[in-house]
Design a protein around this ligand. Structure first.
Ligand code: ATP
Length: 213
């Protein structure tokens, strides 16, 4: 299904990712962890085609197109002079997609300007917007940041449902949520990536926190 090859990703002279090569062959939820600055967002942006890098990303043996992915950055940018309802329409037009559901995951005041929203309300609005359509791939960068506990629970249940038909990639620093819900977890460290299956999740913390000699 999803094949990720990143021979090298540099920002100026600094190499952030190197010799990354992994496949995701089954639908499900996959976690990405690593200390701050190890390259989780960079990896996602490479997969999304938002970063220039040496390598290739394919989905079912074809070039992956941004339009087919639901992408939620850690701190989504919203046009704050729009209402939530207007933003949903704007997002549809921007992505050139036809709305597939009118059921919204989160309640937000739809007729209020986004500039009056709290951080969590803005994130909920963005998530509502990207979830208006069904996608084959969902990529969410620290989706639980800014959301209250109940909303995290709602979001996780929604993603579990979506993962029956889609690939869901999540980065997070909350390991417990990933341990409970992911098929596999990828640790990004020292420019490279290591995959852990459920049986080996207990090794992850040691790998993240051990300083290599
Ligand atoms: N646009 C950029 N220009 C230059 N360097 C960048 C850029 N974006 C990221 N970096 C650097 O690349 C490295 C990886 O950053 P990235 O944001 O991918 O890490 P992360 O694992 O997502 O971190 P965090 O957990 O803090 O979100 C960091 O050293 C960062 O400073």
């Amino acid at each position: 299904m999803l094949n990720v090859i990143i021979q090298k990703k540099k920002y100026d002279s600094k190499t952030v990712l190197e010799n990354i090569d992994f496949d995701i062959v089954e639908k499900g939820i996959y976690g990405f962890v690593g200390k701050n600055g190890q390259g989780k967002t960079t990896l996602f942006k490479c997969i999304l085609g938002l970063n220039v890098f040496d390598g290739k990303i394919e989905f079912n043996n074809e070039k992956l197109v941004l339009k087919n992915i639901a992408w939620c950055p850690t701190e989504p940018d919203l046009y704050e002079d729009l209402t939530a309802y207007e933003f949903y329409d704007f997002y549809q037009e921007l992505t050139n997609c036809k709305r597939q559901t009118t059921n919204l995951l989160f309640d937000v005041p739809e007729d209020k300007l986004l500039k009056s929203f709290s951080t969590g309300m803005k994130k909920k609005t963005y998530l509502n917007a990207i979830f208006q359509n069904n996608h084959q791939i969902y990529i969410l960068d620290e989706p639980f940041n800014g959301l209250d506990l109940e909303s995290n629970y709602v979001l996780m249940n929604f993603l579990k449902e979506k993962s029956k038909d889609s690939i869901v990639l999540i980065s997070s620093h909350i390991l417990e949520i990933l341990y409970a819900n992911c098929k596999s977890i990828f640790v990004i460290k020292d420019r490279n990536i290591k995959k852990f299956e459920k049986d080996n999740f207990n090794e992850i913390e040691e790998v993240i926190f051990t300083i290599m000699p």
